[in-house]
Design a protein around this ligand. Structure first.
Ligand SMILES: CC(C)(COP(=O)([O-])OP(=O)([O-])OC[C@H]1O[C@@H](n2cnc3c(N)ncnc32)[C@H](O)[C@@H]1OP(=O)([O-])[O-])[C@@H](O)C(=O)NCCC(=O)NCCSC(=O)C[C@@](C)(O)CC(=O)[O-]
Length: 277
């Protein structure tokens, strides 16, 4: 949500539309301007933190961690990649260097009893390297889990995965990290996100990342669409008889609100169908 005005982020949290997780981004390479960091701090100070809702802040290094803690973060996330090229572009260091930085961050977080979540980008393909092997994803996931991340979110950053590649990747990762400590994070570029998520659910994954209206993306994954839309995910889960406790109508309202605020059209098929009905 890097470019979303703080006021909009506050409204989303005030309306309690993000029930479990409000994800707060960090700075972007080459654009480490004080205004953006001030915004990050402003968001943390401005939101009302509801009990049972997690507010993880992306912290790429120790500096980001200390800033996040000073701003009141109660959960942090480190974000690595299974692709060397993507790691270089996204966080300006190799995978090995990133792991060394994350070790420091997660260790500090553990000392302060702050839960740390790990992300692995490019698990089903990379914008620079193409195919990524399940072994590489497994290696990075194992490392993050081993250093103390309570959960590893496996990102199909550019949305090129299919149920077949998702299955192969998860089969490999699950040999080293239990399904209870895994999540999937699917982008919908090729229209495969829900199919990929269903595959993951059938394989025992219970945590799925999504974004209201399918907003989001990554500055280093040009052309990739946003995350799977929360509205579409909930619609599918409701259809499967899985109770999320999330009110789909409230999420659609939130999506409508935020799309107007940032002048974007929703990527949610469910919202499009409902609003056009
Ligand atoms: C990681 C860095 C910061 C390295 O950037 P760098 O340029 O290598 O940093 P550096 O250590 O060389 O320091 C350069 C300057 O930045 C400052 N600095 C250094 N660190 C920080 C910090 N944390 N907060 C504030 N300031 C910082 C530092 O103090 C210094 O300032 P100076 O001394 O020159 O005045 C940069 O590459 C960066 O910001 N990367 C993040 C890019 C980003 O936001 N990407 C999108 C995240 S979402 C994602 O990755 C994918 C995901 C999670 O959604 C899942 C998926 O779909 O795959």
């Amino acid at each position: 949500m890097g470019n979303v005005p703080s006021a909009v982020k506050h409204c989303l949290s005030y309306q309690q539309l993000l029930r479990e997780h409000l994800w707060i981004g960090d700075s972007v390479a080459g654009a480490l301007d004080p205004a953006q960091m001030a915004d990050h701090t402003e968001v943390m100070k401005g939101i009302h933190q509801y009990p049972g809702v997690r507010y993880p802040v992306l912290t790429p290094n120790l500096q980001g961690f200390h800033r996040a803690v000073a701003a009141g973060a109660t959960e942090i996330s480190v974000f690595g990649a299974a692709s060397e090229s993507f790691s270089k572009k996204n966080i300006n260091c190799s995978i090995e260097e990133s792991m060394e930085k994350f070790e420091e961050v997660v260790k500090s977080a553990r000392h302060m009893n702050i839960p740390a979540r790990g992300y692995v980008s490019c698990t089903l393909g990379c914008p620079y390297e193409g195919n990524i092997t399940p072994q590489k994803v497994t290696e990075v996931s194992k490392r993050l889990y081993g250093m103390g991340c309570y959960e590893i979110s496996l990102g199909d950053t550019i949305g090129v995965g299919t149920p077949g590649s998702m299955k192969r990747m998860l089969e490999s990762v699950m040999k080293e990290v239990p399904p209870s400590a895994l999540a999937v994070h699917c982008h919908d570029t090729y229209g495969q996100a829900l199919a990929n998520i269903l595959t993951a659910l059938q394989m025992g994954i219970n945590v799925v990342d999504s974004a209201v209206s399918g907003l989001g993306g990554c500055p280093y994954a040009k052309g990739a669409s946003g995350n799977v839309a929360t509205e579409d995910l909930i619609y599918m889960l409701n259809g499967l008889g899985l109770n999320t406790g999330v009110n789909i109508y409230k999420v659609m309202e939130a999506g409508d609100f935020i799309c107007k605020a940032v002048n974007k059209t929703t990527n949610s098929k469910v919202a499009q169908a409902s609003f056009n009905a």
